[in-house]
Design a protein around this ligand. Structure first.
Ligand SMILES: Cc1cc2nc3c(=O)[nH]c(=O)nc-3n(C[C@H](O)[C@H](O)[C@H](O)COP(=O)(O)OP(=O)(O)OC[C@H]3O[C@@H](n4cnc5c(N)ncnc54)[C@H](O)[C@@H]3O)c2cc1C
Length: 579
């Protein structure tokens, strides 16, 4: 299958038991879709990597030249409608490109910012005239785009932007004044999606050309992504024609936040691409480096590291491709020539997109950190790849909405959807009361039991939070984060088990990855549920909740040495991560 038929609607994964055949996994990617991955990977290896020195020295003429080449290879036009010079392809194809460009995260950031947050606002919200004017040139790489939301005084609180737009006396232009901060491609982009407040209060998106009066600040000196351009932008009496208002005046937030959903999802494939690259480097190094008379990869503690890194790659992949399959499946059911229908289809998966963003960026952080450790002192050296990967990865927990903001989005969105009847939270709790987890414990296989436990606890926790705070009061952020943690584990554990079931014949290594993750996730969730009870005690009677949770105690453990070694030995034998 190339997409998910009859996909679950957004957030529904907590309340519906899916079967392996219902979800999309990496194994379902079609030959045609793989072709894009191959073209992108070849482009990165043959064209981009050989020029890394120039890219890291911030020679943006090289980056521009390479982006133009990427355009010739169709790598920039996947998400753009055919009538505007694009290919109107599925999100899976576009995510495969994202995974390949992770071979150099700096260049990946330039290309990703251009094709996703830079171009998609015009794809979704542009008038026919705006789309005709800009999209063909953005598709070819002749024009490069940037997305400009953040300001010196407003990052997470994007709506507090101070940049102002005032209509000129002749009514032909908006005059923009203000400053943007941390803009990817800021040093060389031609087209900027800039958010400003009309008359100081109506938050609005504009398509702004450099010639309208955009001035770039100096290149920021960053921790990582040395080969990507990040600058402030100064807007001093920047004159933007009125026809360049993007979307409706006062509705800039609709543009800003909807585009971020896809940005978060695609960041997920880039994160996993980077994680697999780091893991493969760690595997190779662990075979080459000898200490105490043998390769360090033969030591149990190095095996444990490689295994845990592989588990994160495998679980992350299960979540990301499942989500992409659902989104492509939902898109197949709408009229894709209608941008608003497309947006709505994607927006319903905002929770899943935030989960992917948080989970994969933290998994990547873990993997690059452990890669440095496998390299030992050489991990700290700029002459080896672990150091740059470590620095480059850090940003992914910060941009596209910090992980704190995304955690609150996950819980808040689910609670709101449940309160409005959009998700069957109460009905699921009633079902769980009728069929408590206790039955599962006797009947089902180990990791499936863990999965039922985590999903059940996540649902009970959301319900308890809703009971405790009602519709009026907002729960404390720490409470939302506990719920978000459980929800993420629920999505992760179910996705990995379904992927495992789908891969046939049964594979002992895959089973080891799924079982190890399931065990740890169940115990983490149990701990989080106990913390939640302690917090909720301060606002409600938790006796029922405690009784219910008491049915959800994890008695089983896996043998971690056995499972880790099974995984690590397979990695060592193949010399790389295979799945
Ligand atoms: C390399 C790089 C590239 C970037 N590219 C772009 C780009 O192309 N376009 C663009 O518009 N922006 C871009 N950004 C900006 C990025 O999106 C912001 O840095 C990010 O959104 C966080 O905003 P901030 O830095 O102002 O941090 P703040 O919002 O000040 O946050 C500081 C800390 O407080 C926490 N915090 C803030 N509010 C809350 C809250 N309500 N609850 C709990 N915790 C909270 C945050 O999670 C964070 O830990 C980029 C940044 C970098 C570093």
């Amino acid at each position: 299958m190339t997409t998910t038929k009859n996909p679950l609607s957004g957030g529904q994964f907590l309340f519906t038991d899916s079967q392996a055949a219902d979800i999309f996994t990496r194994e379902d990617i079609s030959e045609e879709q793989r072709m894009f991955a191959r073209v992108a990977e070849e482009f990165m290896r043959k064209e981009v990597l050989p020029r890394e020195e120039q890219i890291y020295s911030k020679d943006w003429s090289v980056t521009r030249e390479l982006l133009l080449k990427a355009g010739e290879l169709d790598l920039l036009r996947v998400d753009i409608p055919e009538e505007y010079g694009g290919l109107s392809l599925d999100k899976i194809s576009s995510a495969l490109i994202g995974e390949a460009i992770a071979l150099m995260p700096s260049f990946g950031a330039s290309l990703g910012a251009h094709t996703t947050i830079g171009t998609l606002p015009i794809v979704f919200f542009g008038t026919p005239a705006q789309r005709a004017k800009y999209l063909p040139k953005l598709a070819s790489g002749e024009l490069i785009a940037a997305y400009c939301l953040t300001e010196p005084g407003s990052g997470s609180d994007a709506m507090a932007a101070k940049t102002k737009a005032i209509l000129s006396a002749d009514g032909k232009h908006y005059v923009l004044n203000g400053q943007k901060m941390w803009i990817t491609n800021g040093g060389f982009a031609d087209v900027f999606i800039i958010f400003a407040k009309v008359d100081g209060d109506k938050f609005t998106a504009f398509i702004v050309e450099r010639d309208h009066g955009v001035v770039s600040g100096h290149e920021e000196k960053k921790l990582g992504l040395d080969g990507s351009s990040t600058t402030a932008l100064m807007l001093e009496d920047c004159r933007v024609p009125v026809e360049n208002v993007l979307g409706e005046i006062g509705k800039g937030h609709v543009v800003a936040f909807n585009v971020l959903n896809l940005g978060r999802l695609k960041l997920g494939t880039r994160n996993l691409g980077s994680a697999k690259l780091a893991l493969n480097n760690a595997i190779s190094y662990s075979k080459e480096r000898h200490q105490f008379g043998k390769a360090i990869g033969e030591f149990g503690l190095i095996k444990r590291k490689l295994a845990e890194m592989a588990i994160r790659c495998f679980v992350g992949d299960a979540m990301v491709w499942r989500t992409l399959g659902m989104i492509d499946g939902a898109l197949e059911q709408v009229d894709q020539s209608q941008p608003m229908q497309v947006l709505k289809a994607i927006e319903q998966y905002a929770v899943e997109c935030s989960i992917i963003k948080v989970w994969t960026s933290e998994a990547l952080g873990y993997v690059v950190d452990e890669t440095v450790q496998v390299y030992g002192g050489y991990g700290y050296s700029k002459d080896y790849p672990a150091e740059r990967a470590y620095r480059d990865a850090r940003i992914t927990r910060l941009y596209e909405g910090t992980n704190e903001i995304n955690r609150t989005i996950i819980a808040t969105r689910l609670l709101k959807a449940a309160a409005s009847g959009g998700l069957p939270l109460r009905a699921r709790v009633e079902y769980l009361k009728e069929w408590p987890y206790y039955y599962d414990r006797r009947e089902t296989e180990y990791s499936q039991k863990a999965c039922n436990l985590v999903r059940g606890m996540a649902v009970l926790s959301l319900d308890a939070i809703q009971q405790a705070y009602g519709d009026q009061t907002s729960p404390e952020q720490e409470v939302l984060a506990l719920a978000a943690e459980m929800v993420m584990e629920a999505y992760a554990i179910e996705s990995v088990l379904l992927r495992m079931q789908k891969i046939s014949p049964a594979n002992r290594v895959i089973e080891a990855m799924a079982r190890t993750y399931a065990c740890a996730a169940a115990h983490r969730t149990e701990l989080n549920s106990q913390y939640l009870v302690e917090v909720l005690k301060t606002v409600m009677d938790t006796k029922d909740l405690e009784d219910h949770f008491s049915e959800y105690i994890v008695y089983d453990f896996i043998n971690p040495v056995l499972e880790h070694r099974t995984i690590a030995d397979a990695l060592r034998e193949s010399g790389r991560y295979l799945w």
